[in-house]
Write a protein that binds this ligand. Structure first.
Ligand code: MRU
Length: 365
């Protein structure tokens, strides 16, 4: 265990190349204990993602990119075909850890595409390229979150109340977070936001992570239970909702932590705009609508006993525990990306966001 310092001064995900390890904060222990752990084997990386030791769509993507590099390093093959056969096996395994956050497959596919584009190079050269690509995915995440913060900040004003759900904070990314990026940037500029953090049952990412990181950063944050959002909105204390997401469909439907769609429905009732903060790595244009998004189901124990001193539900009771829900696009005021804020109709505006991305990459005039 490391000496206690501000949680924001730790890296959410890092690579220790000498040790051939992915290094993460074990988020299941926060906020009580800050434990930095090394993941070296495929099983350790898979477990860390499945058990939410590393979680949040962008952080999962970065952990997978470093993870597949670490595993590829150990592939003992001289020729490309043999190397790729083992690489794809490891890739499929890591990809099976969680189904909803598209960043997992997005990062792994990007690493595979890099290998395919360099099949004429030696296996050793490909391994070096994989390391550089994983590092770039991480650096890109930091730049992207900052841009989301700038666009998000343009949607609010000093003194506003902001409500957020789950943790789309620095702990879910490599810096700034997505939904928290406007909050951190606003804080740098003296905006004095008042933030309401939903505790986020059943895994309490809002209480354990969002309230923790915002409070550590000196932000005015108030923790509320998930069933209190209507009260704070009816009181007029909330001017905007900023949440993250795990997968945005081509029509703007957005999957995020279970309970997000409840917040969005309540916000619409009280005319509070709901902004989904989404890096383009989280937008899946191959999924037409939210109906096609695979929602992860998690173990019943997360609801019946986890975090309680003793079990709080009768033995044998049926439990429904979906980890995410889909917010319908008509409840969303805007999708904040690193290329600007997309507005309805999303089928058109999201295409425009990707056009800007291609333009920035020099792929279109
Ligand atoms: O189950 P989790 O903790 O991985 O769920 C995380 C969320 O729902 C986040 O809001 C989402 O991944 C966006 S993180 C920037």
């Amino acid at each position: 265990m490391e000496e206690k310092k501000n949680i924001l001064s730790y890296e959410t995900v890092a690579l220790d190349d000498k040790e051939s390890a992915v290094v993460i904060i074990d988020q299941t222990k926060l906020p009580g204990t800050t434990e930095i752990i090394q993941l070296k084997t495929a099983q350790e990386i898979w477990d860390a993602i499945y058990l939410l030791k590393v979680r949040g769509a962008p952080a999962i993507g970065v952990a997978a990119a470093f993870g597949i590099y670490v595993l590829a390093k150990h592939i003992d093959a001289k020729d490309y075909e043999t190397f790729m056969e083992e690489f794809r096996k490891q890739k499929e395994y890591l990809n099976s850890a969680r189904p909803t956050a598209v960043n997992l497959s997005w990062a792994l596919n990007r690493m595979e595409a890099l290998c395919e584009a360099n099949k004429d190079k030696s296996v050793e050269e490909i391994k070096a390229l994989l390391k550089a690509e994983a590092e770039e995915i991480k650096e890109e995440d930091i730049r992207v979150c900052r841009k989301i913060g700038e666009y998000g900040l343009s949607l609010v004003k000093p003194g506003d109340g902001i409500l957020t759900h789950c943790n789309a904070g620095q702990l879910a990314t490599c810096k700034y977070g997505t939904a928290t990026a406007p909050i951190y940037l606003g804080q740098e500029q003296g905006y004095n936001f008042r933030v309401f953090a939903d505790e986020t049952r059943p895994l309490l990412q809002g209480a354990r992570l969002t309230a923790y990181e915002l409070h550590s950063a000196g932000v005015d944050v108030t923790l509320i239970c998930d069933n209190m959002s209507a009260t704070v909105m009816k009181n007029g204390w909330v001017n905007a909702v900023f949440v993250g997401c795990d997968r945005v469909a081509a029509n703007g439907d957005a999957a995020n932590k279970i309970g997000t769609s409840v917040v969005a429905a309540v916000a619409n009732r009280y005319h509070v705009p709901v902004y989904i903060c989404a890096p383009t790595s989280t937008i899946d244009m191959n999924t037409p609508t939210g109906n096609e998004i695979h929602i992860e189901q998690r173990p019943a124990e997360e609801v019946t006993e986890m975090w309680y001193k003793e079990r709080m539900a009768p033995e044998g009771v049926k439990v429904f525990n979906p980890a995410f829900d889909v917010t319908d696009n008509d409840l969303i005021a805007g999708i904040v990306t690193e290329y600007g804020v997309a507005r309805a109709p999303y089928t058109e505006s999201l295409k425009e966001i990707f056009r800007r991305k291609e333009e920035a990459a020099g792929k279109v005039e």
